[in-house]
Design a binder for this molecule. Structure first.
Ligand code: ADP
Ligand code: MG
Length: 729
C-alpha cells in the first residue's frame, strides 16, 4: 500500500491527544517566565533595582549585579527542574536559534557543581559562522556574539521532560553590525520613542516615553501528519508544488468562523496552554476562509515583546502539532487556488501616560494630537511605501500578494469615510489667512465629525494592505511565515523619521512667529496634500485599482528580487543611517541575504518539482498509459472496431501528451537552472531565477502534472490529493 493510502486509513484510527482542561488561564499564565514579579522574589533589592532600571531606562547592568541576577534566574529555573540554558535569538534565517549549555560544570579540582554566572547571562559566542551574514563577517574578519536583551524576560521551554532556560538576546558581530532581526528592531523602537515624545510635548509635557504596540494575527493551515509525510513538497518547501484543485474547496463558504473540528480544537487548546505558560497572551481562535485554515491572535503588547512572542508561538505551534499527529503549515500559500495565510500586524503607539496615540481623543485638544500622529503615519507610508513593500518581500509572500485574496503589491492606506472627511476639511479650511479663531472652530468641527465610537463605526475594508481600524493601523500585507521584526523595524523607523521632520517643520513656523496650534495645522495640511495619493478607499483586489495606482504613480512591484531594490536606494540608506538603525554596509548585507534566501527557495522548489515529476507523477501515469495501450491492443486483436476503444484512445492521447510535455519541460527547467547557477551577481541571479525558472516553468510543469492527476487511476496515484489534505482530519 502506498504511503498515501496508509495515511488515509490511519486517520480514522487516530486517537485524540486530549490536552485536558488546565483550568483558569490566570493560573498558569507566565509560569515559565522570569517576570518582574518573579524577579522580586528571587533577587536582592539591589539586583532587582538594577534590572528594572535597565528595562525602563536602558541603564547598563554592571558585572556584580549581572552575577547576582544570573544566580537568581538559575535559582528560579531550578525550582522548575531546568538543567540547561541557552541564549535565544532570531538570526536572519527567519527562524529562532538556540545552543544549549548545562548549568553543570566541574571545578578545577573536579568537584561537580551547578553554576550560571553573569558573564554567561550577558554574552555567548555561538559558533555562528553558518548563519547568514551577507558577507559582513567575511569582510570584517570578526566573529559574532549574542548579547542579553534585558527588555525581554527569560523563559523556560519544555520539550517533553527536557527544560531549558532561554535568555532572549541580540546577535551582533564583534565590530558591532547586527546579524539578527532583533537588534535593529530595538534601535527603531528607540528612535520612534525619541521622535514621538518630542511631538507629544506640543500637547502634553508629562509624556516621557512612547512605545509602539503590536497585536499580530497568525493564520495557519493544519494537516494530518501521515498525509503530510506522503507529500515531499510539504516536507521540503512547506507548500504543495503539485495538486489539482479539489472539486469542493472554499466555495461553500462554510468554514469561516464555523465550529472548529475536534482534532484541531484539541491541538489549539494544547498550544494555547503552552503559550500561556510562556506569557503569550493569546485571546482569539477561529476558523479562517479556506478549508483547514485557522487563525489565532493575542492581546497586543509592546512591539519587542510581541515580536518575541510571535517567533516563540510559531515554534510552539510546530512542536505541539506533532504531539497530535498533525502538522501546522505557516507558509503563505500551501495550496494553490484557495486562500493563503497572512499575519496582520496591528500597530499603534502608546504613551507612558496611558494614551493610545492613534485613538481619537475625547476633547478637541486630544483630537488634534490624534490627528497629528494619524497624518504623520499616512505621510510616512506615502514617503517610504517602497521600503515598507520591501520589508514584506519573500519568495513565499510573492504567491499571496496580489493573488486576488490578499492585498496587492501596491501599498495604499485606507482610512474610512469619517476621517476622509476630516482630512478634507483641514485641507480646505487651513488657508493663508488661517487665524486663531479659524483654528478653534476647525478643531471643534473635527471633533464633531469623528464619531465617539469610531471603533465600531469604522468601515471595514478588507482589501487594503494598510488600513486604519478605529484605534490602530493594520498592516495586512505581512506574510504568515515572516518574523514581524522586519516590517516593524521599517514601520517604526519611517514613523520616527517623519515625526522628526514634522517637529522641524512645526518649529520652523513657530520660529517665524506662528502660534503653536496654527503651525501644527499648517504642517498637517501640507502633509495631507503631499501624501493624498496613497489614500485609497475602494477595492484593492480590483484590476481598476492597479490602473488607477499606476496613474497616480504608486509603485507596484510584484516580485521579491525587484521589490528588494528599495532597501539599498540612496533614500533608504539616508533614512536608516539618520535614524541610527543600519549602516550602509549593514543594509547592503541584508539586501544580499534576502536575495540569497530568495534564490535558494526557488532553487529548492525547482529541484523538487523536477524530482517529483520524475519519481511521483510520471511513474503512475506511464503505468496507466501502458494499461490503456494494452487494453486498446487487446480489443483490436479481438477484432473490435475503432468505435469500441475510441474513448480509451482519447484518454491515452491526452495522457501521452501530458507525460511528454511535463518531462520535456522538466528537462528544460534543469537547463535554465544551470544557466542561473553560473551567474555571479546575486541580484541578476535572483531575477533570473524568478523569470527564467519560476515564471517560465513552475506553472507550466504543474499544469501537465495536475492534468495527469485527474486522468490517472486514483488507486495508483502516490501523492495525497487536495481533497484529502484539506478535508480529512
Ligand atoms: P479586528 O480589528 O481585526 O476585528 P481586534 O480589534 O480585536 O480585531 O484587534 C485585532 C488585533 O489588534 C488584536 O491582536 C489586538 O490585540 C490588536 N490591537 C488592538 N488594539 C491595538 C493597539 N492599540 N495596538 C496594537 N494592536 C492592537
Ligand atoms: Mg484584523
Amino acid at each position: 500500500m502506498s504511503l498515501r493510502f496508509q495515511a488515509i486509513s490511519n486517520i480514522s484510527a487516530a486517537e485524540d491527544a486530549n490536552p485536558g482542561n488546565s483550568g483558569k488561564i490566570t493560573g498558569s499564565f507566565g509560569s515559565n517566565v522570569f517576570t518582574l514579579k518573579t524577579a522580586r522574589e528571587f533577587l536582592s533589592d539591589e539586583a532587582y533595582k538594577s534590572l528594572v532600571s535597565s528595562i525602563k531606562n536602558g541603564q547598563k547592568i554592571d558585572r556584580v549585579m549581572a552575577n547576582q541576577i544570573a544566580t537568581g534566574v538559575r535559582a528560579w529555573a531550578e525550582t522548575k527542574g531546568v538543567t540547561h540554558y541557552t541564549h535565544w535569538f532570531q538570526p536572519l534565517t527567519g527562524s529562532t536559534a538556540e545552543k544549549h549549555d548545562s548549568f553543570f560544570t566541574l571545578k578545577s579540582d573536579g568537584t561537580p557543581i551547578e553554576q550560571f554566572e553573569g558573564d554567561a547571562l550577558i554574552q555567548q559566542e555561538p559558533d555562528a559562522s553558518s548563519f547568514p551574514n551577507g558577507g559582513l563577517r567575511a569582510t570584517f574578519e570578526a566573529r559574532g556574539y549574542t548579547g542579553w536583551d534585558p527588555t525581554s524576560p527569560p523563559f523556560i521551554i519544555e520539550i517533553g521532560a527536557g527544560k531549558t532556560l532561554c535568555i532572549p538576546t541580540i546577535f551582533i558581530s564583534y565590530t558591532g553590525e547586527s546579524l539578527d532581526y532583533k537588534a535593529p528592531l530595538l534601535k527603531a523602537i528607540d528612535a520612534l520613542n525619541k521622535a514621538a515624545v518630542d511631538v507629544c510635548h506640543y500637547f502634553d509635557k508629562n509624556v516621557s516615553k512612547v512605545a509602539p504596540t503590536l497585536g499580530w494575527e497568525q493564520e495557519y493551515f493544519v494537516v494530518d501528519e501521515g498525509l503530510f509525510n506522503a507529500r515531499p513538497d510539504l516536507v521540503m518547501c512547506g507548500r504543495t508544488v503539485y495538486g489539482h484543485n479539489s472539486a469542493r474547496n472554499q466555495q461553500l463558504e462554510d468554514h469561516y468562523f464555523g465550529s472548529i473540528p475536534e482534532r484541531v480544537y484539541a491541538y489549539m487548546r494544547d498550544f494555547e496552554n503552552e503559550s500561556y505558560k510562556l506569557g503569550i497572551p493569546l485571546r482569539t481562535r477561529h476558523n479562517e476562509v479556506a478549508p483547514a485554515q485557522f487563525e489565532c491572535a493575542p492581546i497586543f503588547e509592546e512591539v519587542s515583546v510581541a515580536v518575541d512572542h510571535n517567533s516563540l508561538l510559531m515554534d510552539v505551534m510546530d512542536r505541539v502539532a506533532r504531539r497530535h499527529k498533525l502538522r501546522v503549515l505557516l507558509h503563505e500559500k500551501p495550496f494553490a487556488g484557495i486562500n493563503g495565510s497572512g499575519k496582520h500586524n496591528n500597530w499603534s503607539m502608546a504613551t507612558d501616560t496611558g494614551v493610545n496615540l492613534l485613538a481619537p481623543g475625547k476633547t478637541p485638544k486630544t483630537n488634534l494630537m490624534f490627528l497629528t500622529f494619524f497624518v504623520n503615519t499616512i505621510k510616512a507610508v506615502h514617503d517610504y511605501a517602497d521600503i515598507l513593500r520591501a520589508s514584506i518581500a519573500s519568495a513565499s509572500n510573492d504567491h499571496r500578494l496580489g493573488a486576488n485574496e490578499a492585498p496587492p503589491a501596491i501599498i495604499s492606506v485606507f482610512i474610512g469615510q469619517y476621517l476622509s472627511k476630516v482630512l478634507n476639511d483641514v485641507k480646505e479650511r487651513v488657508g493663508d489667512n488661517f487665524d486663531e479663531q479659524d483654528e478653534s472652530m476647525l478643531k471643534i468641527d473635527i471633533h464633531k465629525s469623528i464619531p465617539e465610537l469610531l471603533l465600531d463605526n469604522t468601515d471595514r475594508n478588507r482589501t487594503s494592505p494598510f488600513a486604519f481600524t478605529g484605534n490602530k493601523f493594520e498592516f495586512r500585507a505581512v506574510g504568515s511565515t515572516a518574523n514581524c521584526a522586519n516590517p516593524m523595524t521599517v514601520l517604526n523607523t519611517i514613523m520616527a523619521a517623519t515625526l522628526k521632520q514634522f517637529k522641524a517643520d512645526v518649529d520652523a513656523l513657530i520660529e517665524k512667529g506662528e502660534k503653536k496650534e496654527i503651525a501644527i495645522m499648517h504642517v498637517i495640511r501640507e502633509y495631507i496634500v503631499a501624501s493624498e495619493k496613497i489614500l485609497f478607499e475602494g477595492d484593492g483586489y480590483s484590476e481598476s485599482w492597479e490602473k488607477e495606482a499606476e496613474r497616480r504613480g504608486l509603485p507596484n512591484v510584484k516580485t521579491t528580487p525587484l521589490a528588494l531594490d528599495a532597501m539599498v536606494t540612496d533614500k533608504a540608506k539616508q533614512l536608516f543611517h539618520s535614524c541610527g538603525i543600519y549602516s550602509h554596509s549593514e543594509l547592503e548585507a541584508r539586501h544580499e541575504i534576502e536575495l540569497e534566501k530568495y534564490i535558494k527557495k526557488i532553487q529548492i522548489e525547482g529541484r523538487l518539482m523536477g524530482e517529483l515529476a520524475t519519481s511521483h507523477i510520471l511513474p503512475p501515469s506511464i503505468r496507466y498509459q501502458n494499461l490503456l495501450a494494452s487494453n486498446i491492443k487487446g480489443l483490436k486483436d479481438a477484432g473490435l472496431t475503432e468505435a469500441a476503444f475510441s474513448n480509451q484512445k482519447q484518454i491515452l492521447d491526452k495522457i501521452s501528451e501530458h507525460i511528454n510535455k511535463a518531462s520535456d519541460l522538466v528537462e528544460k527547467m534543469i537547463e535554465a537552472r544551470k544557466i542561473c547557477n553560473n551567474m555571479e551577481d546575486t541580484r541578476t541571479k535572483a531575477i533570473a531565477y524568478q523569470s527564467q525558472v519560476k515564471d517560465a516553468f513552475f506553472d507550466a510543469i504543474r499544469y501537465h502534472a495536475d492534468k495527469l492527476e485527474l486522468l490517472v487511476d486514483d488507486q495508483n496515484w502516490y501523492l495525497p490529493k487536495y481533497r484529502e489534505l484539506l478535508f480529512l482530519r
